[in-house]
Design a protein around this ligand. Structure first.
Ligand code: ADP
Ligand code: MG
Length: 621
């Protein structure tokens, strides 16, 4: 087989190709991070092999000292990063470097497209860090040999749509990445620059990064050191390294726990939400180590999924190294760590919430919706989670806890009121709130989709029930009004109102469950509510949108007896011949559609809606 005959050429997967175009073509200021990404990959490769060698020691026979080597050839204008990690075979290369787009590819492209300021240095966070090599190189060669295999391979690309794979020579296992630097990337061939970049970004790599005979990095696991010896900068650098992030950690938790199961945790809460927060896999990103040996990144069972925004490491000497990842998930010792850690984290969050509510609000806006999943999933800790939950409310633009809400409840107010919907701005303007506003009763504004689900599990707090203002009767008569006057509005005559209600019911038929006078409206003529015991309006909407419910339950139309339209219509309903009053009929439908529109929905029949609106307008003009 001649070399040319065995060389295969492939096209990058479409999205990867687009990514490369952007990365290679643009002048980003943070280009130096390519080295961080490649060293990080080398370190991952060493971690992977060290873990596999636990059960297959022959894989590392004769070469047990993992290391990463850098080499710069100023003449040839190349930068070389080598490791003796796990290496890649032909299929690995195809899968990981080119033909398959990882979920992060699209997300990263989107991020880059958002605004010109978005930072290419975030590339590692999206799981596509390798491609950052093309920021400084116009050709990249990867010579690699997988541990335990004989064949070596050369992957090569100029980043312009295609790459090739062919057989190659490599004496030992591992991977060598050769960057043929671009003309405008000369700066990275300088000795001092290389040293500086490694010190800045890769000091925490647990394997030595060799440069000539020198080790450039600290090459030790930072979490094994005492907290008082570690500076804030060092923590931040480590966070950047482990999370591939670029922001400041919002919270750092470094603890050593001694007990039945001993462990160390160094965990970070990011200050900006990671891109995959709402992906269906709900993957964790805390790395599990056993006695400094890396085991996995998303150990199921290490932390509950509602804490998936955390980054960092957990290291325990009490877990067995020789146990498979699958078995580990059900290890009772791991469960102990999980319980201890989860309580600790919730406790730390609570401290923050009490001590610095404004900072906590930032955290909550980023991760509150994720934390609230815990109210559904973690019944053991539900009360603790609920205590650190914060909510928007009609009071002001600050977030409130349930306890504070209860503390502010009005005399005679029996329940905690909330309104749920998808759009925070829209629900804040909902007509359902009018009566509550008028009485000075605070209403919580819930706009995360998870809200509907935890509401099924948490029905009361401190003995007060949680009531939706879009479901069931709203009887605010018992609540003392702020202003003493409590002006009794001049309302529609009762018998006339009954007549109107009967007429609307007759006209709307099955389209509504009932028509009732409203106690929650002060300005709008109508609104729709779910009847007591029926599914709440917003939940219905959510289920319909996700195809889990077809059609809807008819709702109750509430009419405002104090509203001029209702009064006029009631008068008309009392007249002789009302039964054949076309305007009254059209108005009934229009009122229903108006209520739907106020809820952000469309009229049930847009054509009919248009016709009726015209008819009523014509008669008014
Ligand atoms: P990530 O590191 O987040 O997975 P990258 O784009 O940096 O994303 O790397 C893609 C994949 O390429 C890695 O997951 C790994 O499988 C493979 N890879 C890259 N560099 C190496 C290396 N030095 N040794 C072994 N595999 C590597
Ligand atoms: Mg990487």
């Amino acid at each position: 087989m001649s070399d040319t005959a065995s060389k295969e050429t492939f096209s990058f997967q479409t999205e990867v190709g687009r990514l490369l175009d952007i990365v290679a073509g643009s002048l980003y200021s943070n280009r130096e991070i390519f080295l961080r990404e490649l060293v990080s990959n080398a370190s991952d490769a060493c971690d992977k092999l060290r873990h596999r060698a636990l059960t297959e020691p022959t894989l590392v026979e004769g070469d047990q000292e993992f290391k990463i080597s850098l080499d710069v050839d100023a003449k040839a204008k190349t930068i070389t990063i080598s490791d003796n990690g796990i290496g890649l075979n032909h299929d690995d290369l195809l899968e990981t470097l080119g033909t398959i787009a990882k979920s992060g590819t699209g997300a990263f492209l989107e991020q880059l497209g958002k605004d010109d300021k978005s930072d290419v240095s975030l590339i590692g966070q999206f799981g596509v860090g390798f491609y950052s090599a093309f920021m400084v190189a116009d050709k990249v060669d990867v010579i690699t040999r997988k541990a335990g295999e004989k064949e070596a391979w050369l992957w090569s690309s100029d980043g312009k749509g295609q790459f090739s794979i062919e057989p190659a020579e490599r004496e030992e296992r591992g991977t060598t990445v050769v960057l043929h630097t671009k003309k405008d990337a000369k700066e990275f061939l300088e000795d001092a620059r290389i040293r500086h970049i490694i010190k800045t970004y890769s000091d925490h790599i647990a394997f030595p990064v060799m440069y000539g005979d020198e080790i450039l990095n600290a090459a030790s696991a930072i979490w094994t050191r005492a907290a008082k010896e570690i500076t804030e900068e060092q923590y931040t650098e480590f966070y950047h390294h482990i999370a591939h992030a670029y922001d400041q950690p919002w919270l750092t938790m470094h603890n050593r726990v001694e007990g039945l199961v001993s462990y160390t945790n160094l965990l970070f809460v990011p200050s900006t939400p990671p891109f995959d927060l709402y992906e269906p896999e709900r993957k964790g990103h805390v790395k599990l180590y056993v006695n400094r040996v890396f085991i996995t990144e998303d150990t199921k069972g290490l932390l509950p999924t509602y804490l998936r925004f955390l980054r960092g490491v957990v290291d325990s000497e009490d877990l067995s190294l020789n146990i498979s990842r699958e078995m580990l998930q059900t290890d009772p010792k791991l469960a102990k760590i999980r319980t201890g850690l989860t309580k600790k984290i919730i406790g730390e969050l609570k401290k923050k919430a009490t001590k610095s509510p404004e900072e906590y609000a930032v955290f909550w806006r980023n991760f509150g919706a994720v934390m609230k999943e815990g109210l559904v999933e973690d019944s053991d800790l539900r009360d603790r989670i609920l205590a650190i939950c914060r909510f928007a409310s009609t009071r002001d633009d600050q977030l409130t806890s349930l306890a504070d809400y209860v503390g502010r409840m009005k005399e005679g107010q029996e329940a905690i009121y909330y309104i749920a919907g998808e759009d925070a701005t829209k629900i804040a303007q909902s007509p359902h709130l009018e009566g509550f506003r008028a009485k000075g009763v605070e209403v919580l504004l819930l706009s995360d989709s998870v809200d509907e689900f935890w509401m099924q599990h948490v029905t009361e707090f401190e003995g007060k029930t949680l009531n939706s203002v879009t479901r069931g009767a709203a009887d605010l008569d018992g609540v003392k009004s702020d202003d003493a006057s409590d002006d009794k509005k001049d309302e529609t005559d009762e018998s006339a109102l009954d007549g109107l209600i009967a007429a609307i019911k007759l006209e709307l038929g099955e389209a509504v469950k009932d028509v009732r006078p409203s106690k929650r409206l002060t300005e709008s003529p109508v609104c729709l509510i779910a009847d007591d015991g029926d599914m709440d309006v917003n939940l219905q909407r959510l289920l319909q949108r996700h195809g889990q419910m077809h059609g809807g339950m008819p709702r109750v139309l509430e009419i405002n007896p104090g509203h001029a339209i209702i009064k006029k219509l009631a008068e008309r309903a009392e007249l002789e011949g009302a039964a054949s009053d076309e305007l009254l009929k059209d108005a009934s439908h229009l009122l229903l559609d108006q209520a739907r529109i106020a809820d952000g929905e469309a009229p049930s029949d847009p054509a009919e809606f248009g016709r009726r609106l015209s008819a009523v307008m014509t008669s008014a003009l």
